[in-house]
Design a binder for this molecule. Structure first.
Ligand SMILES: [Zn+2]
Ligand SMILES: [Zn+2]
Length: 261
């Protein structure tokens, strides 16, 4: 069984499925995807992801403010975050982190929000789902400063080996997305071979970043299988082994997730 460790089920394009999320999830289950972590990105979608986790026993969720959603969402309050996290199916904090792809204007605000989420992670003991882009040093500095007792994950990893190694040394997991299937991602494929088998996760980040051969289309949770297939090939194991490893890792990292045995 595979787990899609990071997807945005409230944002999927349902048009090929008659508008039915049930049908999307059923198609994924038919491809061996047995669990979904639906990720929060702002205050507005927190209610949606929680509702999905209440509706489907194989969907858990996280709540947090994405760094690029801060401008619209405004700076979160710790009380709000703790109240949101006090829900049995909110199994993680995030996605949160630093994203300087569009410049550094909001970096200070992003750091403040990241620190607040890390504090909420400390208080609740829930793992943090980290989004980081073009902010390697600052992301690592804040994770080191927080020095959380529990592990977390760098999602949709696209950085270099030094960053992977630093995150692994902090006890973090690394989640790989469909980007590893892209033609120009050879550096990332080298990294994918080196991540220890007990620290690796797979995700779609659907509806974004569909893997080959679906690149350019709207991504779906069922396509996590394409990423897992390539990953298994890169690592010289069969798909079943890769699935068992990454699912065991998911369960260890997110102990509150309701993953079927
Ligand atoms: Zn992200
Ligand atoms: Zn995401």
């Amino acid at each position: 069984m595979l787990v899609d460790s990071h997807c945005h089920l409230d944002r999927l394009d349902l048009s090929a499925f008659g508008g039915s999320l049930d049908a999307v999830l059923e198609a994924a289950r038919a491809q061996g995807v047995g669990h979904f972590l639906c990720i929060g990105v702002n205050a507005e979608n927190a209610a949606k992801v929680k509702a999905l986790s209440e509706r489907y026993p194989d969907v858990d969720c996280s709540v947090g403010i994405h760094p690029l959603d801060l401008a619209e969402s405004g700076e979160p309050h710790l009380d709000w975050l703790l109240a949101e996290l006090n829900h049995p199916h909110v199994v993680a904090v995030g996605e949160v982190g630093l994203d300087c792809h569009y410049g550094q204007d909001s970096l200070e605000a992003q750091k403040q929000s990241f620190r607040l989420h890390l504090e909420a992670a400390r208080i609740t003991g829930k793992p943090v789902v980290v989004h980081t882009r073009e902010a390697r040093a600052d992301t690592l500095a804040l994770l080191r400063e927080a020095n959380l007792p529990q592990a977390g994950v760098l999602h949709c990893f696209t950085e270099d080996w030094d960053m992977a190694k630093a995150a692994l040394d902090l006890g973090f997991y690394i989640s790989l997305s469909g980007i590893i299937t892209f033609r120009n991602a050879e550096d990332l494929r080298q990294i994918a071979r080196r991540i220890p088998e007990d620290r690796l996760l797979v995700e779609t980040d659907a509806p974004y970043l569909a893997p080959m051969p679906y690149r350019g289309k709207s991504n779906l949770p069922q396509y996590v299988r394409e990423t897992a297939k390539l990953l298994a090939e890169l690592r010289g194991v069969d798909l079943e082994t890769l699935a068992a490893q990454t699912t065991a890792n998911f369960k260890r990292l997110f102990p509150l997730a309701r993953v079927a045995a």
